[in-house]
Design a protein around this ligand. Structure first.
Ligand SMILES: Cc1cc2nc3c(=O)[nH]c(=O)nc-3n(C[C@H](O)[C@H](O)[C@H](O)COP(=O)(O)OP(=O)(O)OC[C@H]3O[C@@H](n4cnc5c(N)ncnc54)[C@H](O)[C@@H]3O)c2cc1C
Length: 339
């Protein structure tokens, strides 16, 4: 078991909201340890849409999700967080003697914190895997459930599977760099935004994307490391073989609260109920912010989560600095801690 990590605040989730919470708690003198199941920071922004521009971050008329995460991580670095990435928080329990919280991760790391902030987004999320025999062998090599850099697919033969926004948007985007792009969908009609569907059909008419509809994925061909072809079948079971170097299945995400559901929190429809004024959950000293936190009128936006991070930090301060008075100061007045 790894060292016992003592800190003021343990933040579960290094998505955009968890990252901003690091900064907000740090500005008030509270040191954070941050845990995320993913091997990198950024949550949905990094895992699902790094190259997409976001238009509703205050002060940034347009910023890609990856750039936003980079800036949030840079801002958080000023207050010296400790990250434990690639590990899931599997247990949360109260240490009766001290009233502190004990977190344990899937990697055996133990964190001992006075305050816990759950910024776990949609909970532990993972891709919906198509039920193809042997698909696990190709994952991370030739089968990818997210695109981190579209240049990775330059000059390659790519099969995109799915009929929603992600599948259609990536097929369109990859058509600019890949050698060949096919999109497989079990219906003739795509469920994506109308402009994207129009663009997809236009590219298909120009011969730059092959529409393989109505077909479903049936099998993978290759040596277990390198993919050679994706076999698809129509509704009558008639098969086609698509030569391919990469398969990108976009069948959405399976989201589950995972272990969080077992911690005794008030949970409604897969979200943690919080007090809007403090972001406190039903457990003393445990806050929830960002997508996972619910209260009447909640808007699931990054900017909402940022404000909740500030709210939680201010509500947590008296729990850390008992008996002291917090004098509210703007960042322009106090500057960064230790500078
Ligand atoms: C395609 C797309 C486009 C979007 N566009 C916009 C937009 O334009 N504007 C906007 O405001 N919002 C947008 N959103 C929504 C935005 O991404 C979310 O509101 C935001 O990511 C929520 O941030 P978060 O930090 O609360 O959660 P997340 O980003 O979901 O991060 C939560 C993190 O917690 C981790 N986690 C969960 N459980 C555990 C555990 N037990 N242990 C350790 N780690 C755990 C997860 O691995 C994840 O990394 C978009 C979303 C998508 C999918």
């Amino acid at each position: 078991m790894a060292d016992n990590n003592e800190c003021d605040v343990a933040i579960i989730g290094a998505g955009p909201v968890g990252l901003f919470a690091v900064f907000q708690f740090g500005m008030l003198g509270m040191k954070a340890h941050v845990v995320d199941t993913l091997a990198m920071v950024g949550g949905q922004c990094t895992a699902l849409y790094p190259e997409k521009p976001i238009y509703d971050i205050p002060g940034y008329p347009r910023i890609t999700a990856a750039d936003l995460v980079e800036k949030l991580a840079e801002q958080a670095a000023a207050v010296g967080p400790v990250y434990h990435l690639g590990q899931q928080v599997v247990a949360l329990s109260r240490i009766e003697a001290s009233g502190r919280w004990r977190l344990e991760t899937s990697a055996g790391t133990v964190i001992n914190a006075r305050i816990v902030v759950i910024a776990a987004g949609a909970g532990a999320f993972g891709p919906n895997r198509p039920p193809l025999p042997g698909i696990e062998d190709y994952e991370g090599r030739c089968v990818h459930y997210m695109v981190l850099r579209r240049q990775d697919f330059a000059g390659r033969r790519v099969v995109v599977a799915g009929g929603g926004d992600s599948a259609v948007d990536w097929a369109i985007s990859l058509a600019e760099v890949a050698d060949k792009v096919s999109i497989v969908h079990r219906r003739a009609k795509f469920r994506a935004a109308p402009e994207s569907v129009n663009r997809l059909h236009a590219l298909a008419d120009e011969g730059r994307i092959d529409l393989i509809v109505p077909y479903q994925l049936a099998a993978l061909e290759g040596d277990g490391e390198t993919l050679e072809a994706v076999v698809v079948a129509d509704l009558d079971g008639k098969t086609r073989r698509l030569e391919a170097d990469a398969l990108l299945p976009f069948y959405g995400l399976a989201m589950s609260l995972g272990p969080i559901a077992e911690w005794g929190l008030d949970i409604e429809q897969h979200h943690i109920t919080v007090d809007r004024q403090t972001c406190l959950t039903s457990l003393d000293g445990v806050f929830a912010i960002g997508d996972i936190a619910a209260y009447p009128g909640k808007l699931k936006l990054i900017l909402t989560g940022f404000a909740e991070a500030a709210t939680a930090a201010h509500a947590a301060w008296p729990m850390i600095f008992e008996g002291k008075q917090l004098h509210f100061e703007y960042s322009t007045t106090k500057g960064l801690p230790g500078r």
